[in-house]
Design a protein around this ligand. Structure first.
Ligand code: FHN
Length: 385
């Protein structure tokens, strides 16, 4: 679960509103005193995350607006010294730990509030001041909240990796948090890649995590009604599992800290699906060459391949291109399925007329040999002619 929360939630027009509407700093700053979120809002998020089958959370500790959701000795532009009157990061950490969820901190290097946030690109004294400030805030985050699991940097505009002194900064992070993993957005590859709003596996065995919104907005934006369906999110989970990655799915809480009901409904439906089919996602991350099929796609664990059927064809399901002998076919509850196989045409028979699980019905196939599904454009593979 990704959480985008900040002063911008009060305006309700995404987290870039200060930039997109050219709101002057002295006007935007007033939001720091009017923001009065309810106590321990994070407890609701953490419960929802657990219910949804999430394993970790990543929350914005400071977004581009420059407002720190955590107490700091380096700036009073923070939640403890302004409107909220308390450390919202501390509340988030407490709530995540109550649900035994791993803890990630999102930190935007770009800062529209700090007077050196842009000038640092042109003025060495400003860069020195701003980099010391940045490293100082990151040090506070890595010191004051116990064990952390993920450092999720964002937007390294306007400096490069030398300008940010990212190697030094990340060495400090690892010294303070020896087991932490760091993403690739401080300008260095570090531990994992972060495809955003698309699902693309990293090369080789490099870790990766796709971050996605539930509508089109990261921050709270009630005028954005373009909600994804739970079925689409289940499809994303299948895709990231098949690629050996993770999915970081976002919530943008209201100013008070409530989860928009449309978002909560998506997470709850996906959680119910994962409660049944979780092993076909969490544990089924072995690679398997596969090609597009109208009715669904695979995940794999060893000699077991899971066909996630998200367009139910009715009483018969034909799967083309499977280059393995199928030894058994069954529903995930264990009920056996009759099947026939001629060359690379597998047909499952006597299925229910309607999909048992509308989000995706997973059919388990035990196969021999290295699982592979290959079709090509012809109706036979050229190397078989
Ligand atoms: O500009 C940000 C955006 O607001 C949001 O935080 C996303 C989430 O990964 N990151 C940046 C855009 O890539």
């Amino acid at each position: 679960m990704f959480i985008h929360w900040g002063l911008y939630a009060q305006l309700g027009r995404q987290e870039w509103v200060m930039n997109r509407e050219r709101i002057p700093v002295d006007e935007y700053e007033k939001l720091a005193d009017t923001w009065k979120p309810k106590p321990m809002a994070a407890r609701d998020w953490a419960k929802l995350a657990k219910e949804a089958g999430c394993r970790y959370m990543v929350m914005t500790t400071k977004h581009h607006e420059g407002f720190c959701l955590f107490d700091s000795e380096l700036t009073d532009y923070n939640a403890a010294k302004c409107g909220p009157g308390r450390d919202l990061v501390a509340e988030y950490v407490e709530a995540a730990r109550e649900q035994d969820l791993r803890i990630g901190f999102y930190y935007s290097l770009m800062d529209w509030h700090h007077p050196d946030g842009a000038r640092c690109a042109k003025d060495e004294d400003a860069r020195r001041r701003f980099v010391d400030y940045t490293h100082g805030l990151v040090r506070e985050l890595c010191t004051n909240y116990g064990k952390l699991d993920i450092m999720w940097y964002d937007m390294n505009w306007p400096l490069d990796v030398e300008g940010w002194e990212s190697e030094k900064m990340n060495a400090m992070v690892r010294e303070l948090q020896p087991e932490i993993i760091i993403n690739n957005r401080s300008g260095l590859p570090e531990d994992f890649g972060t495809p955003e709003q698309h699902i693309t596996a990293e090369e080789g065995n490099r870790m990766w995590e796709a971050c996605m919104t539930t509508n089109d907005s990261w921050g709270y934006t009630p005028i954005d009604k373009n909600w994804k369906t739970a079925g689409e999110v289940v499809g994303m989970l299948r895709q990231v599992a098949a690629g050996g990655g993770n999915l970081l799915l976002n919530i943008g809480p209201t100013p008070e800290g409530d989860v928009p009901p449309e978002t909560a409904a998506i997470f709850q439906q996906v959680g119910k699906w994962l409660a049944k089919y979780g092993p076909t996602i969490y544990d089924a991350t072995d690679p398997m060459p596969q090609e597009y099929l109208t009715t669904g796609a695979f995940t794999r664990k060893g000699q077991t391949i899971y066909f996630h059927c998200n367009r139910w064809p009715g009483k018969e399901l034909a799967i083309g291109g499977l280059r393995n002998e199928v030894l058994a076919a069954r529903f995930f509850d264990g009920k056996q399925i009759e099947f026939t196989q001629q060359a690379d045409r597998l047909v499952l028979h006597s299925l229910p007329a309607e999909a048992p699980d509308p989000l995706a019905t997973v059919i388990e196939l035990e196969v021999s040999g290295e699982p592979r599904q290959e079709l090509g454009a012809g109706c036979v593979l050229l190397d078989e002619i």
